[in-house]
Design a protein around this ligand. Structure first.
Ligand SMILES: *Cc1c(COP(=O)(O)O)cnc(C)c1O
Length: 463
């Protein structure tokens, strides 16, 4: 798309914005159910509620910026994944997307397992009572202390990411008198992003052991000989925010091929295959994510077909959705502070948060939408860029969106689909205080992660 067209003025109906052709939505007051948590609605009188509570009331009680998480939506999504995959498969929620003790309890109640990738995540999981056997431990450089802890508490699986780690975990397990269940993470030569996937011959990334060149087969060979390890399967995770199942298809085929090679060489049929996470969600109205039952069916069909072709019994499948469960369940509520119209370009709307509570726009060029939620407006749409209060010009929350042109300081605006990788990646840049996460359900709201205070900041500063 051409960049040469001069961007139209903020009131213009259609604008060309840095490669995106963006038209204002027909009705700025409408909240697209695709990108908002399930119980978010705007009633006839224009009042926006979540879990039956008015957002203006939530702002008064909990302040801004804050993340509001729709607990019933979170639970419904957990159940949808668990039901879709059924008894013959396991769903592991990827804790890195967002983890807290309340989340761990919800996962347990809804029958999900949990992926962790650090000692801190493991501590949170155990502290909230997740049984160790329902936890999988990930990471490309787990420390010796982390491995010792994971083996000691008896996590259900450790996903091995390198040759050093195969030896390290085996050694630690043996020393502790244990046999640790493990999977080997392989890189299948497929990388998936959003609507496309790329099959690459070479693996230029830090995770996993390449299938190419027989590396993964060698890893299996070693793991099978070590007493401290019980190798149960092969793991593959191909990317994130994926809509196209073709990448999973190639990945499953290659993993099953390895299982067949392992059977031929060692006479062992590994009983598990993990296809990772990465399923996409709707950040904007343009995204069309798949439902868990479609994903389960597609993955199940692929694995069954490939195993039949290879003469293997179908292994137990597991998946690891993070974003697809928590992402759509939360929005970030901000208060508008300043409004700066740049003639012929766009209007900069500054909010009371920014890259410290949502780094994804700066980090990945992520796209978001935004809506005025403290009132309705019939004013003309204006093209805005929602920015934070940090000392970086790249401190952008929403790159291109439309808000009503009568927007004023003190208005509350909300950015949907911020449940995943926002609070979990939040920082204290500029000594910002990280916002709270408030769970809302059936007319009740409670803080599950409290807002940081200046005392919290000073407590760490011991110089
Ligand atoms: C990040 C990650 C996930 C979760 O990814 P989502 O995009 O949040 O679904 C699952 N498995 C592994 C190994 C990961 O690294």
């Amino acid at each position: 798309m051409s960049r040469s067209a001069h961007p139209a003025g903020p009131r213009h109906a259609d604008v060309m914005t840095e490669g995106h052709y963006t038209a204002p939505p027909a009705d700025l007051n409408a909240l697209d159910g695709k990108v908002w948590a399930r119980t978010v609605t705007r009633d006839e009188g224009g009042t926006v509620t979540v879990g039956g509570i008015e957002v203006t009331r939530l702002a008064e009680e909990f302040g801004t910026p804050a993340y509001f998480l729709d607990e019933s939506d979170f639970r419904a999504r957990c159940r949808a994944w668990a039901d879709a995959f059924g008894r013959d498969a396991d769903v592991f929620y990827a804790g890195k997307a967002f983890l807290s003790r309340a989340v761990v309890r919800w996962l347990q109640e809804e029958g999900l397992n949990l992926d962790v990738c650090s000692g801190g995540e493991l501590t949170t999981a155990l502290d909230a009572g997740m049984p160790a056997e329902r936890i999988a431990f990930h990471g490309n450089n787990k420390t010796v202390a982390e491995i010792e802890r994971a083996v000691t508490v008896g996590v259900g699986r450790i996903v091995l990411d390198s040759f050093q780690e195969i030896a390290r975990v085996a050694h630690i397990a043996q020393r502790l008198g244990k046999r640790q269940r493990v999977q080997i993470r392989v890189t299948v030569g497929v990388e998936a992003h959003t609507h496309e996937f790329i099959a690459t011959a070479h693996e230029d990334q830090k995770f996993g052991i390449a299938l190419a060149g027989g590396q993964a087969a060698e890893a299996v060979r070693r793991a099978l000989t070590l007493d401290g390890l019980e190798l149960t399967g092969i793991h593959s995770h191909i990317g994130s925010q994926i809509f196209d199942m073709a990448g999973f298809e190639v990945s499953a085929r290659r993993v099953v091929q390895l299982l067949a090679e392992v059977r031929d060489e060692h006479g062992v049929e590994l009983p598990e295959i993990d296809l990772g996470g990465g399923l996409g969600i709707a950040y904007t109205s343009e995204d069309d994510p798949r439902e868990p039952h479609e994903i389960a069916k597609a993955l199940g069909d692929i694995v069954t077909r490939e195993c039949e072709a290879a003469g293997l019994a179908t292994p137990r499948i597991s998946v690891e959705p993070g974003r697809a469960i928590v992402g759509p369940t939360a929005f970030t509520l901000y208060e508008v502070g300043t409004i700066k119209p740049l003639e012929g370009l766009r209007t900069y709307v500054s909010v009371d948060g920014g890259m410290s509570d949502n780094i994804r726009t700066a980090l990945y060029d992520a796209e978001y939408t935004v809506a005025l939620v403290s009132r309705t407006s019939d004013a003309e749409p204006m093209l805005v860029r929602v920015v934070g209060k940090h000392c970086e010009s790249g401190d952008i929350v929403v790159k291109d969106a439309f808000l009503p042109s009568d927007l004023a300081p003190g208005d509350l605006i909300a950015v949907p689909a911020t449940g995943a990788y926002c609070r979990s990646m939040a920082s204290n840049y500029n000594h910002a205080l990280r916002p709270p996460v408030v769970a809302v359900r059936d007319g009740g709201a409670r803080v599950i992660v409290r807002r940081e205070t200046e005392e919290d900041l000073l407590r760490l500063d011991v110089g």
